[in-house]
Design a protein around this ligand. Structure first.
Ligand code: PLP
Length: 406
């Protein structure tokens, strides 16, 4: 069994010291994870051994680049347990995946008076595209509420669904609260009303098992950079039956079969959604990230996340003045907190002095902050490289901050 020290050695950025000579304590993996050496080396490896454009050249190098790219598609399909590689669309991240579904699936079927349901704890990426679409089409965005613990009020879902509803869009895990949502139940209820479901899996895919067939979700969106892979990579999974009937999202090279001045015809899945030159190097890096996760084992990663969550939660509950925002029964390795009336930005600036990187603010989830009537939180989020020692150090520094600002 690999030790945490061995894991940490694989992340070059964690080895370095900051300008004050402190080792970095990186607790912002929900924003983006650090990258293991395997991913970094794969990027260089791609450019030094394989670089060529894909799906067009007939020479060996181009064919190798194409083969590797398509192999990654199959690898991702297996990673999320999708049925077919054609259901895997490479995009730049969760944000683009959601916008793709908004534009290509929902927009053409959304009429005035129709509805889209989102949860009360969505990241802006899975809220604003729906809100703007509803505004454009004179449709209505319905909000599935949450309770004071930061849990979705599942019993309210059926009341929001009707023949007018065109989509339910919900996060698998809230980036602001850490809540793991009952996605399978949400899908099952929505399907009783014939409504498809998009799951924003940005905070899940790198940390816990993802099985899109078991969830039976219609779309699943996630970002490579939140699962130890490169920035600018992401995946939209869609059930073939939906992707087939959807119009392309962007138009250009390599997504067309035939082009005349009057009209064009488009390629089959998945290529009709991948216009232009994709992030080939990034996808090579994503391949290494998924291999890295699979090598460690997603169960191992998931258990590590729960262990750190439980350890830190227990510690924070003992500090007077700390309030944990989001106390759902089912949580992932994300803790949002407030400390007395210390502004989160002051807290994070203070912690930065001690080499600790945490996120402060609204975490692109302003409605969540409004619900809890707070300007923001200090958010601690874990990756596979974090240790209980780091949590002890964080706790000490937060206690110092509370004294300092008193
Ligand atoms: N959804 C959730 C739950 C997130 O946490 C994030 C990023 O923090 C996003 C969507 C957007 O991801 P990206 O910026 O990679 O598109």
């Amino acid at each position: 069994m690999i030790t945490i020290e061995e894991i940490r050695k694989e992340f070059p950025l964690l080895e370095g010291l900051n300008q004050d000579g402190c080792k970095l304590v990186y607790l912002d993996s929900a924003a983006t994870t650090q990258k293991p050496r395997q991913v970094i080396e794969q990027l260089t490896n791609y450019y030094t051994t394989t670089n060529a454009n894909i799906h067009r050249g007939t020479y060996d190098l181009a064919e190798k680049a194409t083969r590797d790219f398509e192999k990654t598609r199959t690898q991702i399909q297996q990673f999320i347990h999708a049925e077919k590689p054609e259901e895997i669309i490479f995009v730049s991240g969760t944000t683009e995946a959601v916008n793709l579904v908004a534009d290509s699936y929902v927009e053409p079927i959304l009429n005035a008076g129709n509805e889209i349901v989102v949860s009360a704890m969505e990241h802006h990426s899975n809220l604003v595209p729906w809100q703007q679409l509803c505004l454009r089409k004179n449709a209505k965005m319905q909000v599935l509420p949450m309770n004071e613990q930061g849990e979705i009020r599942l019993e309210k879902l059926a009341d929001l669904l009707s023949g007018k509803t065109k989509l339910v869009a919900v996060s698998h895990i809230s980036n602001a609260l850490g809540t793991i949502n009952p996605v399978k139940e949400i899908v099952s209820i929505a399907h009783e009303y014939g409504v498809p479901v998009l799951v924003d899996g940005a905070q899940n895919a790198g940390h816990h098992r993802t099985d899109v067939v078991d969830l039976d979700c219609d779309f699943y969106a996630f970002s490579g950079h939140k699962m130890y892979g490169p920035t600018g990579t992401g995946i939209l999974y869609g059930k073939e039956k939906w992707l087939e009937q959807m119009r392309p999202y962007r138009y250009g090279g390599e997504m067309v079969k035939a082009v005349r001045f009057e009209k064009s015809s488009f390629k089959e899945l998945p290529h009709k959604f991948e216009a232009g030159t994709p992030n080939i190097a990034g996808v090579a890096g994503l391949q290494a990230a998924v291999a890295y996760i699979e090598n460690l084992g997603i169960e191992y990663i998931s258990e590590h996340s729960y262990a750190l969550l439980n350890y830190a939660t227990e510690k924070f509950l003992q500090i007077r003045g700390i309030t944990i925002i989001g106390q759902a029964a089912s949580k992932s390795g994300i803790i949002s907190l407030t400390a007395k009336d210390i502004h989160p930005h002051d807290m994070s600036t203070f912690l930065n002095e001690y080499g600790i990187a945490v996120r402060a603010g609204h975490h692109c989830s302003l409605p969540v902050m409004e619900f809890f009537k707070i300007p923001g939180t200090t958010r601690i989020s874990f990756g596979i490289y974090n240790t209980t020692k780091e949590i002890d150090y964080l706790v000490q520094c937060i206690e110092k901050a509370i004294k300092y600002f008193a």
